[in-house]
Design a protein around this ligand. Structure first.
Ligand code: PMV
Length: 320
């Protein structure tokens, strides 16, 4: 038996990934830029060479569907794989709308690789993690990460690249949980529906590289206003493509709109805060850490639960 445990943090896209140019390989139609966030994390232990395949998520046996997804992923790590046991747990609520699949597949790729003794590079692990869940390819690194499009048909050049480490900039992401409940339409189905039916999708794809280039420059010069405005631009363009799909994809709830107005009101009062939403109703607000408490106070009026998160570090192997 050989075993390893790895830890990875979730990430939130500041410039969004929405749309695939290759479905089985999870190759994106647009590049994206994210911020890895701590202290929340996924912790995953992989043990190769056990008697039978077993997958446990958050202390319970995984559903058949989740177990199949994990085992199919592990067959990519090692095509001749022996039987395997996986234990994975998140220390954060999945209802918080932070992609637990991102931290989960990043931790799984790292733990599985190290337990098997392969010792792949972070780029190679990112290529693997991408095939579990696209956004997972950004969770191998801390701080700001760019997921580059790549050109190769096999996807070996479509992976994350570190842009700036977690201590580059003292920012906070304030997460407002405005609506609990399961996701209406999963990201893969939502992306395909947008691609196939939204009249705004071609424009979304065309503008993606420019948004990432501008946001990269804003991160490098620590320009919060420029980065915040670009994040909102990307967010609203993505949601416009979702909402103009047939049938429309409306991930927002009433609480989403209330939280957005709260953020706009904060800005009118001179507090630098900008909002983003993913394939769900929760609102995440980017601000300077010195403003995070004021942002949390304001959002607490409209949200069930509000958490302040900070830039997190890279995925790492936990020493036994
Ligand atoms: O990685 P997936 O398939 O869960 O897709 C993530 C899509 C968004 O969260 C909406 C945007 C992003 O870039 O993370």
């Amino acid at each position: 038996m050989s075993q390893a445990t790895a830890i990875a943090h979730p990430n939130i896209a500041l410039i969004k990934y929405w749309g695939k140019r290759d479905l089985p390989l999870n190759l994106p139609a647009v590049p994206s830029l994210s911020l890895t966030l701590g202290p929340w994390c996924s912790r995953t232990t992989v043990t190769w060479g056990v008697e039978r395949d077993e997958v446990h998520l958050d202390g319970r046996p995984a559903s058949d569907k989740a177990a199949r997804r994990v085992l199919a992923f592990l067959a990519r790590v090692d095509p001749d794989r022996p039987r395997v046991r996986v234990h994975s747990a998140n220390d954060f609520p999945t209802a918080a709308g932070l992609a637990s699949s991102a931290s989960g597949f990043a931790a799984l790729a790292l733990a599985a690789d190290r337990a098997a003794g392969h010792g792949r590079s972070l780029e190679a692990l990112s290529v693997l993690a991408r095939q579990g869940s696209g956004s997972a390819c950004r969770s191998l690194w801390g701080g700001f990460v760019v997921w580059q499009l790549g050109e190769r048909a096999d996807g070996t050049d479509s992976h994350g690249l570190p842009l700036a480490p977690e201590d580059h900039w003292d920012l906070s992401m304030v997460v407002a949980v405005v609506h609990a409940g399961p996701k209406a339409v999963g990201s893969t189905e939502g992306m395909e529906r947008s691609r196939l039916t939204s009249p705004l999708y071609p424009g979304w794809v065309e503008r993606g590289p420019g948004l990432v280039a501008e946001a990269t420059a804003a991160v490098e010069r620590r320009d919060l206003q420029a980065l915040g405005e670009l994040m909102e631009q990307s967010t609203f363009e993505m949601h416009a493509a979702m909402q103009t799909a047939r049938p429309p994809l409306l991930y927002w709830q009433a609480g989403t709109v209330a939280a957005l107005h709260t953020v706009f009101d904060l800005r009118a009062r001179g507090i630098g805060a900008w909002a983003t939403m993913d394939a769900g109703p929760q609102v995440k607000v980017l601000c300077a850490s010195s403003d995070a408490e004021a942002v949390k106070q304001a959002l607490s009026q409209v949200a069930d639960r509000v958490e302040i998160l900070h830039p997190g570090g890279p995925a790492r192997v936990e020493q036994p």
